[in-house]
Design a binder for this molecule. Structure first.
Ligand code: DGJ
Length: 738
């Protein structure tokens, strides 16, 4: 069965037919209805339905223990029906999408359907990151209003469908039009009830240095909660839930991906209901969220991106990749290839000096590096990780000529200059902390807990945000840096703010993130030429929220090539290679002491945004020649890696091999990377089948001029003959010749 390949404006429509809303773009449909003029019932999210005549309708049936909001109809109970945005206290005892409390402590609400509006394009979310549309023709948005007449409050549910992407974005607004204050205790951006329970659940979990492990298991008869209360999206759990038909694979079957465009605490719930349904929710983590909504105020939730694929997990990833690359990332670097950089961290750690930087930079420039990044340790008294965060002033002992002159000299070598900050933090041993002990996150009662000998600044306080903005902006102005690495190396404990009123303390987690976003928005606006790279001890805040402000992220502090294969493979479930910072580092590797060949370290790092993070001066002449050649090669193909389509072929998280291929946007160039992790005496080697090629075209393998049909490469596959020894790899470049 063929799907329509490309949407156009006439394919993208939102319609209301009787009590049924239908949202589609010619490839996916999303359908729900209004029942009894009041209640929203979910009906369908999946492959495009041309003419929906009302199937998959909610099944009304009188069952035991069912509450009946309509006293005349015992078959109608919210507990047994698929909801669109469920509340509690009307008989649905599954997980509610929201909980509100009134001033007198009442937690019962009655929000009913009131009306709808169709908006051309996609409205932005004030103060929050979001996927965007360029022009009204690219997207259409449905806004449904629910109202509670007693509370005089409204909920607005937003759904955006895109012309070019098989994704729907959802977020909600709460509007308090009444006189009393209402208190929000729970707030999900999305809730959806799936029929049946025959699904697998896939999540990305991990830890520092072992991010994005692909975790697939059966949905079972109870609830799974995926969450972070660490003050950031976290390396432990990514805000992502993927539901798959049980038989779905990498390239076949139905997959529904949910990803939260937010960088702070979150909760996702996958709940099996008593009548064999699965409820998926994604939103704020109620453990750390609470919000007082005063009279006349509005609360805007972060958004969830929901992707449907009928071509397996890879189809879902490709939609996330293209949507995020083209309509989440912003700025001049959105459509620009990214520079090859050298980062000073694993070369020097804190022992960083002007002279060493300049000689390393000269070496880097000679080998073709385009950007020299001074990592941690460049500012005054920052000789260990125990001091000086917050004092963003250059260290004249380490840099006698000053950081500006260093930047200038690096530019004279033909490279850009980049610099590291960890602006959200402060060391107890710092002038900043001594001057403003009340600027940190802490309770009023206890000594706050340290982590990496640092505290977290209270970003709910606008004065703190101004300070952070100004500190970074001053250095950017002075040094004319073209790149910033924005780090965040601890999680948040002791939630308490000297700035927020007592009754607003529970707002701190979300206000922290809003403060962070406001700083980043200002920096983006005032320094549009600067490339920002996010980092949180590696991939600890690698989320869609940060990508809106920073189009790339340092994927992990683990730079070992073998570990990186696994981490980058897992990362690719959601994020495109162009967003993935990946560096060639020294051997033995600093995290795991493994010795891998330079060619394999390169092949792993070039599968993302290539950088180097080692002292190139210490390499042999032969190794330097190899690095020079590899950088030259990467530059010749990086557009394919960074802008092309990505196909996962062999999963290193499960086996001894890793393989993937990239296909350029125009389909002309194919880069295929193969890795064999451990050698074995039998040297078994099976063909790997490439993906995304044209079966009727012929492709020339650059290294030897041999020509293969696209059908041959995809159906029979290509066999690699890895060299003897562990950790071997091979990168193939094919050009389409006819
Ligand atoms: C953690 C980062 O992930 C590293 O790359 C490095 O920048 C250090 N912080 C510096 O403290």
């Amino acid at each position: 069965m063929k799907q329509k390949r490309k949407g156009n404006i006439s394919d993208m429509k939102i319609s209301k037919n009787g009590n049924i809303f239908s949202i589609d773009n010619g490839r996916v449909s999303y359908i729900f209805s209004v029942e009894k003029d009041k209640y929203l019932m979910h009906r369908y999210f999946g492959r495009y339905i041309n003419q929906y005549a009302g199937s998959a309708q909610p099944f009304f049936f009188d069952r035991g223990f069912c509450s009946n909001p309509d006293p005349e109809d015992k078959r109608f109970s919210l507990d047994t029906l698929p909801q669109e945005y469920p509340d509690m206290n009307q008989g649905d005892f599954r997980s509610p999408a929201y909980i509100i409390q009134t001033e007198d402590g009442c937690r019962v609400t009655r929000f009913f359907y009131k009306g709808y509006e169709i908006i051309h394009g996609k409205p932005g979310l004030e103060g929050l990151p979001s996927v965007y549309a360029e022009g009204e023709n690219e997207a259409e948005t449905l806004c449904i209003t629910l109202e509670d007449e007693c509370l005089q409050a409204q909920i607005r549910l937003y759904y955006t469908i895109f012309r070019d992407f098989d994704a729907i974005c959802r977020h909600v607004e709460f509007i308090n039009q009444g006189k009393q204050e209402i208190y929000m205790e729970r707030l999900m951006s999305t809730s959806m009830d799936f029929p049946g329970t025959d699904y697998d659940l896939l999540t990305l979990s991990g830890s520092h240095t072992s991010e994005k492990n692909i975790n697939r298991r059966a949905v079972s008869g109870d609830s799974v909660v995926i969450e972070s209360s660490r003050g950031c999206s976290s390396p432990q759990e990514n805000p992502c839930v993927i539901l798959m038909d049980k038989e779905s694979t990498e390239y076949q079957g139905q997959v529904w991906g949910f990803n939260y465009v937010y960088s702070g605490d979150f909760q996702a719930v996958v709940q099996t209901g008593q009548y064999q349904t699965v409820r998926v929710q994604m939103g704020m983590n109620p453990q750390t969220f609470g919000w007082r909504l005063g009279s006349g105020q509005k609360f805007v939730s972060p958004e969830t991106v929901m992707v449907y694929s009928c071509s397996g997990l890879n189809g879902m990833s490709q939609t996330f990749h293209s949507l995020y690359r083209k309509r989440l990332c912003r700025g001049v670097y959105r459509d620009k290839v990214r520079p090859v950089l050298l980062n000073s961290w694993e070369a020097f750690y804190f022992d960083i000096h002007e002279e060493a930087c300049l000689s390393l930079a000269a070496q880097a420039a000679d080998l073709g590096v385009e950007l020299f990044v001074v990592d941690d340790g460049w500012f005054v008294k920052r000789n260990t990780d125990r001091a000086a965060l917050g004092d963003w002033r250059e260290d004249r002992e380490k840099f006698p000529g000053g950081i500006c002159s260093l930047a200038e000299k690096i530019r004279e070598m033909g490279m850009g200059f980049g610099i590291w900050f960890e602006p959200e933090m402060v060391s107890p041993d710092s002038d900043l902390y001594r001057a403003h002990p009340d600027w940190i996150i802490r309770s009023s009662l206890y000594d706050p807990v340290l982590s990496r000998t640092q505290y977290v600044l209270d970003l709910s306080n606008p004065e703190v945000c101004d300070f952070i903005y100004q500190s970074v902006a001053d250095i950017l102005e002075k040094t004319k840096a073209s790149y910033v690495k924005w780090d965040m190396n601890r999680h948040i404990t002791d939630l308490g703010s000297a700035y927020l009123k007592e009754k607003c303390q529970r707002e701190l987690s979300h206000r922290y993130i809003l403060g962070l976003y406001s700083i980043l928005e200002r920096l983006n606006r005032n320094f549009p030429e600067v490339l920002f790279e996010g980092c949180s001890s590696g991939g600890g805040r690698y989320d869609a929220g940060m990508l809106y402000y920073m189009p790339q992220t340092w994927a992990s502090d683990n730079t070992d090539a073998v570990c990186r294969l696994k981490i980058q493979y897992g990362t690719s479930i959601l994020f495109p290679a162009i967003t993935m910072g990946s560096h060639v580092s020294d051997v033995p590797n600093h995290q795991v002491r493994r010795i891998t060949p330079l060619s394999t370290r390169f092949a792993a790092a070039m599968s993302g945004n290539l950088g180097y993070e080692l002292d190139l001066r210490k390499m042999s002449e032969e190794e330097k020649r190899e690095v020079k050649e590899e950088i030259r090669f990467y530059k010749s193909i990086r557009e394919v890696i960074q802008m092309g389509r990505f196909y996962r072929l062999k999963n290193p998280q499960r086996g001894n091999e890793a393989a993937w291929n990239f296909v350029s946007e125009d389909g002309r160039t194919v880069i295929y990377c193969y890795f064999r992790i451990l050698s074995d005496p039998l040297s078994l080697s099976f063909p790997v089948k490439l993906k995304g090629l044209d079966p009727d075209s012929v492709y020339r393998l650059e290294e030897n001029g041999l020509c293969y049909g696209g059908d041959e490469l995809m159906y029979a596959g290509i066999t690699s003959y890895p060299e003897k020894g562990d950790f071997s790899s091979h990168v193939y470049v094919f050009q389409k010749i006819k």
